[in-house]
Design a protein around this ligand. Structure first.
Ligand code: GDP
Ligand code: MG
Length: 438
């Protein structure tokens, strides 16, 4: 999608002033790009209707930079179609709030149970998980593992084949234990079928969840939309959680899912780890769909895992302009949790190439290389990377056993990361990121 849009706007830019003629051309490319990104046809139609109306207005053509105005219009239309924002779980004052997760098999329900638990634990709430997926023998075990990882109780009845009973009993147990939240991990199927829907409807009717969230796999494109439609017809959904948006999926399906369900998108899953859940932000997603990159998300996540003391030290360093490759290395070691670094990179515009470098030979291999390369530099070079000329690059690369271009990349990366580190060090993450996006 984004390449389409970018080239669309580039071609418009090349022509100097936008005219009605080349505006249509640009809009056609926008439309085609959206379709290519798995946004369903009716949604594209409606979307283009709005954009057309606004883009064809005199205001755009008369503005100083009409092509920027057009990008702005497309962006703001995306934001409005993806909104409104409601990442709250709406906890009840009394009694446990029951959350039911449903979705196709493999969409990420069980993982999301763990992620939501983690989020709640950060708010000092310990939810009870209920293993209501009785279809696969391994499902109960998987939820138990997730529960253990986060440190929350998991209610199971291995011999009971009736998910409604298991849910009811689980809720009763949670109530007795004084749990404020119960999360029901229900069964999925590879494809939608009557039996599954019947089972979910029975749980919905008999257990009465307060919040029913549909979990959809962001990688599945048009399938996500079809399943969302079916679940939405069978159940009264309160929200959508779209998972696997850490991959190459640009999130186009989110537009259609939002359109067919009409309920807020609550969270997005951005990795297999249990802390990879973010409140949904339409601006970020619109930017992502337009591939402007979403620096805010990465910075906010990094912010979360660096503790206050470290942040203070770093802040002092940043303030004194003393942030060196050594500090960069330390931060890398800190932030180098499997996946996060690559995710941060993939979220930033033009950083895709570093993602490769950082994630080569899976997980942290690339980061080890980077750290190794910094280790091969002299103290002076680490303090003043500008000193590193071609000869030094070759020497460092040899010392670290890597290719020379990696050293140039690393230095470039350091320069780009500096402001991001500054964000982590404090200040307003949002403001900085906004600045960087402009
Ligand atoms: P369920 O069948 O709906 O319960 O799905 P699971 O929770 O078992 O997840 C299926 C697979 O998707 C597992 O391998 C998860 O690790 C993976 N997964 C879930 N959420 C995400 C996500 O946000 N990003 C990525 N990359 N993988 C995810
Ligand atoms: Mg599951």
């Amino acid at each position: 999608l984004s390449e389409g849009l970018q080239s669309a706007f580039k071609s418009l830019r090349g022509k100097g002033k936008l005219t009605e003629g080349n505006m249509r051309e640009g809009l056609d490319i926008v439309q085609r790009s959206l379709l290519e990104a798995d946004v369903s046809y009716p949604v594209v139609q409606e979307f283009m209707g709005h954009v057309n109306e606004r883009a064809m207005g005199k205001k755009v053509l008369l503005s100083l930079r009409p092509e920027e105005e057009l990008v702005r219009i497309v962006h703001s239309e995306l934001v409005s179609i993806l909104g409104p924002v409601d990442p709250s779980i709406h906890l009840k004052k009394e009694g446990p709030t029951i959350i039911m997760l449903c979705g196709l098999q493999g969409s990420g329900k069980t993982t999301t149970c763990g992620k939501l638990s983690q989020l709640l634990k950060e708010q000092n709430i310990t939810p009870t998980l209920v293993a209501a997926d009785l279809q696969r023998p391994a499902a109960i075990e998987q939820l138990k593992v997730v529960g253990e990882q986060v440190g929350v109780p998991v209610y199971t009845e291995p011999d009971n084949k009736n998910p409604v009973e298991v849910c009811k009993n689980g809720v009763a147990k949670a109530k007795a234990d004084g749990s404020r939240v119960v999360i029901l991990d229900t069964a999925g199927r590879l494809a939608i079928d009557e039996e599954l829907m019947g089972e979910l409807q029975r749980i919905d009717n008999k257990v009465g969840p307060d919040q029913v969230y549909l979990v959809v796999d962001g990688m599945t494109g048009q399938d996500a939309v079809n399943s969302a439609d079916a679940f939405n017809k069978a159940l009264e959904l309160d929200g959508v959680i779209m998972t696997k948006l850490d991959g190459d999926a640009r999130g186009g399906a989110l537009l259609s899912v939002k359109h067919v369900t009409g309920v807020p998108i609550k969270f997005i899953g951005t990795g297999e780890h249990l802390d990879a859940l973010e409140p949904f932000r339409p601006e970020g997603m619109a930017g992502r769909i337009l591939q402007m990159g979403d620096i805010v998300a990465a910075a906010a996540e990094a912010h979360r895992i660096v503790d206050d003391k470290e942040r203070e030290e770093l802040e002092a360093k940043m303030a004194s302009g003393d942030f060196t490759l050594d500090d960069f290395k330390n931060m890398m070691e800190k932030v180098a949790r499997p996946g996060l670094m690559g995710r941060m990179m993939s979220l930033m515009p033009g950083m895709g190439q570093f993602k490769e470098a950082l994630e080569s030979d899976e997980a942290a291999g690339g980061i080890r290389q980077t750290i190794g390369a910094i280790n091969s530099m002299t103290a002076e070079e680490r303090r003043t990377p500008k000193l590193i000329d071609a000869a030094r690059r070759t020497r460092i690369a040899k010392g670290a056993g890597v290719q020379t271009p990696l050293i140039s990349q690393l230095i470039k990366q350091f320069e780009i990361m500096k402001p991001l580190m500054q964000n982590m060090a404090g200040g307003s993450v949002m403001d900085r990121a906004k600045m960087m996006q402009q």
